[in-house]
Design a binder for this molecule. Sequence first.
Ligand code: ZN
Length: 101
Amino acid sequence: MRGKGAEAEVEVMNQGMVLSGVITAVFGVIFLLMGFLPLGILVIVGLAIFVLGIGAPPSEPVTPEDPNKRFCWYCMEEIDLDEKVCPYCGLEQIEDGSKRD
Ligand SMILES: [Zn+2]
């Protein structure tokens, strides 16, 4: 009797975060092996992202259903495309590098 009941919990974690955490940590190890000791911090950062990703909910879909909306960068609420400041969390939105004027 194995008593394995953890399989259902796999969907709870944020696989994107877990994956990027692993990649970051692997790069950190590579840099360490190459002798770039300060970049060994990436191992710690990567492990932190990994652990956070296991506890985090899955990512929201990248595209909102409404084409006139987009997701807040910070709280992931749907906001208007031209909304500069999120009405939910009050944080200024990051522009996609294309300034209109
Ligand atoms: Zn927000």
